[in-house]
Design a protein around this ligand. Structure first.
Ligand SMILES: [Ca+2]
Ligand SMILES: [Ca+2]
Length: 234
């Protein structure tokens, strides 16, 4: 071979292109939802799938009240989810402070609350800064800058798995999107929720899940926090 290095280089480039394309596809879509291995990504601020005993990916979550991070009765993704069914439990983990933070979770409940529940929120310490809230009757609000948006026209249904995208921007446009599919909606309607509200001038450093005092089972899975936008099929 006259130029073995050039041949080697061409082979490397030829192999790398399809591998790079493959890397961009979420692993659970390659092997099928509910059976995926953990696609741990070093770029996420938080990536929690509740798959091993307790919490996975080496994350520390701080529980107040009764929590079940190894729940297997109704699993939203993989083999375990996080469940709460008692009065007023809360649970959080922390990350480095961000002026813009993008969060995602899967969420399901067995009974609608009788009062507002902050079920998934980005916080500064203990203070809720930007959050996904479920109201009496199942309508949704985006909590931001110390108040709720107007309520969604679409209401949560019980025993239905939802995909929730929540973005906090300090002093900018915060977004809450919710769907029964893994496609992030960009407008209200057709069963989807899309709400915006100007955010507080605040960083966030904590992701928090909680349940109010009503009876019912709340389930979460695949909780992600990132410093870049989270799109479809997270
Ligand atoms: Ca899981
Ligand atoms: Ca677990």
């Amino acid at each position: 071979m006259k130029h073995p290095f050039i041949v080697y280089l061409i082979l490397c480039l030829w192999c790398w292109a399809p591998l790079a394309t493959l890397r961009a596809v979420p692993l659970h879509f390659l092997v099928g939802a509910n059976t995926q291995a953990e696609d741990t990504s070093p770029t996420y601020l938080i990536f929690q799938n509740f798959e091993s005993t307790g919490y996975d990916n080496g994350e520390t979550w701080t529980e107040t009240g009764v929590w079940y991070p190894d729940y297997t009765t109704t699993v939203l993704l993989g083999s375990q989810s996080l469940m709460a069914n008692t009065s007023n439990p809360s649970n959080y983990t922390t990350f480095s402070a961000q002026s813009t933070a993008h969060a995602f979770c899967m969420f399901r409940l067995s009974a609608l609350p009788s009062a507002v529940n902050s079920v998934f929120g980005l916080r500064s310490g203990t203070t809720l800064v930007t959050g996904f809230r479920v109201n009496s009757g199942g309508s949704i609000t985006l909590y931001a800058n110390s108040a709720d948006s107007s309520a969604s026209s679409v209401s949560l249904a019980i025993n239905t798995t939802y995909y929730v995208w929540l973005t906090h921007v300090s002093g900018g446009t915060c977004v809450l999107a919710m769907s029964t599919t893994t496609t992030k909606p960009s407008a209200d309607g057709s069963g989807n929720v899309y709400l915006t509200r100007t955010g507080a001038a605040s960083n966030v450093d904590r992701i928090d899940v909680r349940k109010g005092t009503d009876a019912g089972t709340f389930i979460w899975d695949r909780i992600i926090v990132d410093d870049v936008a989270i799109g479809n099929n997270p």
